[in-house]
Design a protein around this ligand. Sequence first.
Ligand code: GRF
Length: 208
Amino acid sequence: MIARRLPAIAVLCSGEGTNLQAILTAIHEGRLRARVAVVISDRAQARALLRASRAGAEARFVDPARFPTKARYERALISLLDARRVRLVCLAGFMRLLSPAFVRHYPRRILNIHPALLPAFPGARAIRDALAWGVKVTGVTVHFVDEEVDHGPILLQETVTVMPGESPSQLLARLHRVEHRLYPEAIRLVLAGRVKVMGRSVKIAEKR
Ligand code: GRF
């Protein structure tokens, strides 16, 4: 009964799901007061689905191939999410671009995590692009999702120094460590009502 009163969140993933795992672990350890009402993946083989089931969360593969249009696919996602009264939709490696209609359905209620310091290196190849550019510092961004890709108001950012000669997988591992701390923290702040968004500016209220 107590679990029912916790705010419901959804996590959308396409792959490994290490960020989902970090969220589930934060909940399990009592660092995040929330419940994962549903995990949705667009890929049947996503390890994220396995992680969700193992943690006792509902895991749903929603196959885009079964829908004639993107709009119909997104409407299916929306009915799943709305039926579970989800407060916050957390994108964690969900490899599909959401339409403006979907984004407008959840104003300031969709978060995304990105492995670079936005607005630098948007897109799916952020880590490789940052290394190819030769940056000395990169990092992690948690932002609200708006109608443009990797563009919405920034909630949290943290830098990571690039080591000389570092490979993409080595850098990914170090970025992941930051992501796994930052994402549960960002969700916690939003659910606690401490985040105010005005245009591009995101203010985080002090703890009362
Ligand atoms: C993360 O690096 C995140 O920044 C990006 O996609 C990756 C997902 O990784 N959006 P995982 O599936 O959570 O392990």
